[in-house]
Design a protein around this ligand. Structure first.
Ligand code: FAD
Length: 318
């Protein structure tokens, strides 16, 4: 079922998760180890992230260096199919602009359609290592909005190079996009970022999933600003349970977010990661309860390889 239909039919806040494909060469069991303990809480859908290639330089005979493309976490589409088959849960593969021509994107979307996957989260992707800023693939989509438009075209039965085609079956994807309560790091200001978010929604995105945040007021302000700009689709808050002391500096650097003073003070008092995790779980419970009370459509948890902290939070709030 489409994510927006699940939200429309729900009588209360839903629960969903995001998982990362295992590292190349690892077993899919690591995915099941995350979903199994969360099954009791009936996740409405499972997002599976997409990780584009990275370049490494390999030393070859004679001393020259060869640039080799490698993917650390392949398997997004296969994982979605495996989860649907095993758990009968809806999956949301992430699709990105980076590294894909429009033709390759079209083929990937056709695969998803054949697998019976109804949802996609449409993203631009980040710059690859060694590149200072995001460079689109020649013949690919430059911004998430361009990819939204490609999916919308396919939903309307318009494929690339369609003059060569006889009859077409439209796809039927529900399209989600990313939103940033604390602003996307490249945007000059939040208003500019929201202008582009509105363009994604006007182009056909049906719901928004936010970057993680630790201060609910930032989410509430973001929702208000979106509504003021006539962005009226569901806005799903993304949550990540803080589990180590180091994350108070890693998460801001990686995701461009603030750690609230009270949370920082509580973590600073911890002498080890076990104590920091307890603080993180308490904080996520507090955030979750307040978001549910405020009528958030879904609580979407970034599992980042570990089900246990999420299980402890949702067992207390759902
Ligand atoms: P866009 O919406 O394209 O925005 C990128 C920047 O350009 C913003 O600053 C925006 O203000 C600006 N902008 C947008 N449109 C235009 C325009 N037409 N002209 C000029 N400026 C414009 N990354 C992955 O690689 N794989 C994943 O699976 C993944 N999952 C994610 C899930 C969520 C919920 C979130 C929040 C992020 C995820 N990301 C993922 C990270 C994401 O790819 C990066 O944050 C990326 O830098 C921006 O993606 P976007 O879709 O928001 O881009």
């Amino acid at each position: 079922m489409k994510v927006v239909d699940q939200i429309k039919q729900a009588k209360s806040t839903l629960f969903s998760i995001e998982i990362l494909p295992p590292l190349k060469g690892k077993s899919i069991q690591s995915i099941y180890n995350i979903i199994d303990p969360l099954q009791d809480f009936k996740p409405s859908f499972v997002d599976v992230t997409y990780h584009r290639e990275e370049y490494v330089y390999k030393k070859r005979e004679g001393g020259y260096l060869e640039k080799v493309s490698t993917r650390k976490r392949p398997g997004t589409v296969g994982i979605c199919a495996a989860i649907m088959n095993r758990y009968k849960i809806d999956t949301v593969p992430h699709i990105i602009c980076g590294g894909f021509t429009k033709e390759e994107t079209e083929s990937a979307l056709i695969d998803l359609q054949f697998l019976g996957i109804d949802n996609v989260l449409v993203l631009r992707g980040d710059a690859v290592k060694n590149e200072r800023s995001f460079i689109p693939e020649p013949g690919g989509n430059a911004y998430a909005i361009d990819l939204v438009k490609q999916v919308v075209n396919m939903n309307q039965g318009s494929y690339l190079h369609e003059e060569e085609m006889m009859e077409v079956t439209p796809t039927n994807f529900c399209i989600g996009v990313a939103g940033y309560p604390e602003k996307h790091y490249e945007a000059p200001n939040l208003t500019s970022d929201l202008k582009y978010l509105k363009m994604k929604v006007d182009a056909g995105a049906q719901y928004i999933v936010t970057q993680m945040f630790y201060d609910n007021q930032k989410y509430f302000d973001f929702v208000k600003k979106c509504r003021d700009m006539d962005i009226n689709v569901p806005i799903v808050p993304g949550l990540k349970v803080l589990t180590t002391k180091a994350q108070t500096s890693i998460l801001p650097k990686t995701f461009f977010l603030d750690i609230p003073h009270d949370l920082m003070e509580a973590v600073d008092k911890c002498t080890n990661d076990q104590q920091a995790k307890e603080v993180g779980i308490e904080w996520a419970m507090m955030q979750s309860k307040e978001l549910i009370k405020a009528g958030a459509p879904v609580l979407h948890f970034y599992t980042m390889g570990s089900a246990e902290p999420v299980r402890r939070v949702v067992s207390k709030v759902f």
